[in-house]
Design a binder for this molecule. Structure first.
Ligand code: ACO
Length: 373
C-alpha cells in the first residue's frame, strides 16, 4: 500500500451534502454556508436545522424545533438508572456512550425523530453523570432555556450568564460536522450493516475518544498549564519536539492550511477568555508554529480546531475533563445528519485490504492430524 493511502488518506469513501471540507484552501461549510457565516448568524438549534434540512430556519431560533428538542431532554427512569449506576471514575466520554446506548427503542432505519432524541438526551446524560459523580442531585431540564444554556443549567443548577452560553454555543456550532472524519466514518460503517442508530452512535463516540480525533482540547490546555508563562514557551516546545512528542492542537489530516475553525475560535477566545490566558495561548501558538516548521520542514502543520477550543471551553466554565465529551454532545447533530443520509442510499461499507502476509505454506507430512474425537 502506498504511504499516502495508509489511514485511507485521499480515499473518497462516500458522498455527503451535509458539510464540505476544503483542506487545501482552509474552507468548511455547512450545506453551502461558510462556518463563519453560520456561527455569525445562527444559534445551536438554527445551525442544527440547517444541517438536517439543508436550509436555515425562517426565523432563528426556530420555535417549533426548539420546543421539539426541549420536550425530548428528560431521561426515562431506566436510562437515568443506567447513568446513576456508573462508577464516579468512569470517563465522561464512556458515560455519554453508555447513557445514550440505554435510550432504547431505535429500530433501523434511523429517523429525524430518533436523531432529535439522541441530540436532546446527550447533554442530559452528561450533566446527570457529572452531578452524580460529585454526589449532587441531578437537575431536571428547563424547557424555557435553549439547548446549550439548558446544558449549563443542568450541570450547575443555576441559569448561566449569556457570555458563557455564547462561548459554548459558538464552540458547539463550529464542531457540529466535519466531512468524513473518523467518528462519522465509524458511524456510517456500523449503520451500513443496518444496525440501529444507537449502535452507530456508540461506535462514533468510541472513535471520537482518541486524542488524535476528539480527545485533544483538554490536552491542549494541559500543555498551556505545563508551559505556564510565555517565556517558557520556547524551551518547553523545543524539549517536547526533541522527545518526538506531538504538540496538541496542531496538524490536521485534511487541512494543509489553517483550520477555519481555529481562526473562528481564536477570535471567540480573544473575546471570552481572560487576557493573560489568551496572551499565553497566542505566544505558545506562535512559537509552536515556528518550531514545527523547523522540526518538520516537509509537513504543512498549522493550528487545528482543538487549540483554541480548549480556551473557549474554559471560558464557558465547563470542567476540563468534560471537554472531549462536550465535543461528542455537539457532534451528535452531524452524526444524525449522516445517519439519515447513509440510510437513504445505503450500501454495506466493506472495503478491500491489501494482503501482506505469507502465502502457500503447508504443514509437513509428519505433523499430527487432528482426529474426530
Ligand atoms: N506535533 C508534532 N508533529 C506532528 C504533529 C504535531 N501536532 N502533527 C503531525 N506531526 C508530524 C508527525 O510526527 C509526522 O512526522 P514524522 O513522519 O516525522 O513522524 C508528520 O507530521 C505527519 O503526521 P501524521 O501522523 O502522518 O499526520 P496525520 O495526518 O495522520 O495526523 C493528526 C493528523 C493526527 C491530527 C496529527 O497532526 C496529530 O497527532 N496532531 C496532534 C493531536 C491533535 O491536535 N488532535 C486533534 C485533531 S483535530 C480533530 O480531529 C477534531
Amino acid at each position: 500500500m502506498s504511504a499516502s493511502r495508509a489511514g485511507l488518506e485521499d480515499v473518497v469513501a462516500g458522498t455527503t451534502a451535509v458539510s464540505e471540507v476544503d483542506g487545501e484552501h482552509g474552507g468548511l461549510s455547512y450545506r453551502g454556508y461558510t462556518i463563519a457565516d453560520v456561527v455569525g448568524h445562527l444559534g445551536f438549534e438554527g445551525a442544527t436545522h440547517l444541517l438536517w434540512w439543508g436550509r436555515p430556519p425562517a426565523q432563528d431560533p426556530p420555535a417549533r424545533f426548539v420546543a421539539g428538542l426541549a420536550e425530548k431532554r428528560a431521561l426515562t427512569v431506566e436510562t437515568a438508572r443506567v447513568v446513576d449506576a456508573l462508577a464516579p471514575s468512569t470517563d465522561p466520554m464512556d458515560a455519554l456512550r453508555m447513557g445514550l446506548s440505554a435510550l432504547a427503542g431505535f429500530p433501523y432505519p434511523p429517523t429525524e425523530e430518533q436523531g432529535m432524541r439522541v441530540v436532546a438526551a446527550a447533554p442530559s446524560v452528561l450533566a446527570r453523570f457529572h452531578r452524580r459523580r460529585l454526589g449532587l442531585e441531578p437537575i431536571e431540564p428547563d424547557p424555557a432555556l435553549g439547548h446549550v444554556a439548558n446544558f449549563l443549567y443542568m450541570l450547575e443548577g443555576k441559569r448561566p450568564d449569556a457570555r458563557r452560553v455564547y462561548a459554548l454555543e459558538s464552540y458547539c456550532i463550529s464542531v457540529l460536522d466535519h466531512g468524513m472524519n473518523a467518528s462519522t466514518f465509524a458511524l456510517r460503517v456500523v449503520l451500513s450493516t443496518q444496525a440501529d442508530l444507537l449502535s452507530a452512535v456508540s461506535a462514533a463516540i468510541g472513535a471520537l475518544k482518541g486524542p488524535l480525533h476528539g480527545g485533544a482540547p483538554s490536552k491542549a490546555v494541559e500543555m498551556l498549564d505545563a508551559i505556564g508563562t510565555p517565556e517558557n514557551a520556547l524551551p518547553w516546545i523545543q524539549a517536547a519536539l526533541a522527545r518526538k512528542e506531538r504538540l496538541m492542537g496542531f496538524g490536521h489530516r485534511a487541512y494543509k492550511v489553517e483550520d477555519p475553525r481555529a481562526i473562528l475560535l481564536r477570535e471567540i477566545a480573544g473575546r471570552t477568555a481572560p487576557a493573560a490566558r489568551f496572551e499565553l495561548a497566542s505566544t505558545v501558538e506562535e512559537v509552536a508554529l515556528a518550531e514545527l516548521r523547523k522540526a518538520k520542514p516537509n509537513e504543512r502543520l498549522f493550528t487545528n480546531v482543538e487549540f483554541y477550543a480548549g480556551l473557549v471551553l474554559e471560558a464557558s466554565g465547563l470542567p476540563r475533563d468534560l471537554f472531549p465529551s462536550v465535543f461528542g454532545v455537539a457532534r451528535t447533530v452531524g452524526w444524525s445528519a449522516h445517519a439519515l443520509e447513509q440510510a437513504a442510499h445505503n450500501r454495506l461499507i466493506r472495503p478491500g485490504v491489501e494482503y501482506t502476509g505469507a502465502r502457500g505454506l503447508s504443514f509437513p507430512p509428519e505433523a499430527p492430524v487432528r482426529a474426530l474425537p
